[in-house]
Write a protein that binds this ligand. Structure first.
Ligand SMILES: N[C@@H](CCC(=O)N[C@@H](CS)C(=O)NCC(=O)O)C(=O)O
Length: 211
């Protein structure tokens, strides 16, 4: 098994936080996606979506997508459970993970990639295109995330973690969503204090000190 990683890539960091929470280590190779290593062979053929992270199993099966990698590892190493124990818990963890991923992480990711000059010419992850950066996507992405944060704040006031009383993979997804929001200078502390408090608490965990 080989884990293809880039230390500075948030999507890879999501998996590394999961590994740290589980106490797992994987053989790892660094691909510098800032320098285009994902477009060179053999990596381009391994993952034609040209992104990290991805995991190559001993039989050659390739698993990309940060949460899919974690889900695979969870089946091999169920303890401590980070995807829930019962059917209902697993569904609730999945629900909150999808809410943060789809309604927060993705709009904010596109806001960031349409905003930061370094992403000019590569607004869609894993591509080199001539799509121009769009300032409209920056504002719309933040507006969409605001809808999510307005909806989730009352839940965060009542719950210790995103999916309830225990830390789960949904917290990892939500932390990386919030990191995008802070990077885009959304005033989380003022507008969503319970969410801000949860973020401070969760990111103090040792697993989040991984870089
Ligand atoms: N949805 C994917 C996103 C992967 C992704 O966007 N990876 C970025 C780094 S954070 C990447 O490799 N980008 C390379 C590029 O844009 O060329 C996941 O969660 O794994």
């Amino acid at each position: 098994m080989m884990f293809y990683d880039f230390a500075l890539a948030p999507s890879s960091q999501r998996v590394r936080v999961y590994l740290a929470e589980k106490g797992l280590e994987l053989p790892t190779e660094q691909l510098n996606v800032r320098e285009g290593a994902q477009f060179a062979e053999p990596y381009s053929t391994m993952n034609p979506f040209h992104c990290v992270p991805f995991l190559v199993l001993d039989d050659g099966v390739v698993i990309a997508e940060s949460v899919s990698i974690c889900r695979y590892l969870e089946e091999l190493h169920p303890d401590p459970p980070l995807f829930g124990r019962t059917s209902a818990e697993r569904a609730v963890v999945d629900m909150w993970g999808r809410r943060f991923e789809l309604d927060g992480f993705l709009p904010l990711l596109h806001a960031l990639r349409n905003h930061v000059p370094n992403f000019a010419g590569r607004v869609v992850p894993g591509t080199r295109t001539d799509l121009a950066q769009s300032e409209a996507m920056v504002g719309r992405g933040k507006e969409m995330a605001k809808v999510l944060f307005d909806r989730s704040e009352p839940h965060m006031e009542k719950n210790e973690f995103v999916a309830g009383p225990e830390f789960t993979v949904a917290d990892i997804t939500a932390v990386f969503t919030l990191r995008l929001a802070y990077a885009l200078e959304m005033d989380i502390a003022a507008s969503w204090p319970a969410t801000h408090g949860w973020f401070q608490k969760v990111t103090a965990r040792p697993a989040f000190q991984v870089r």
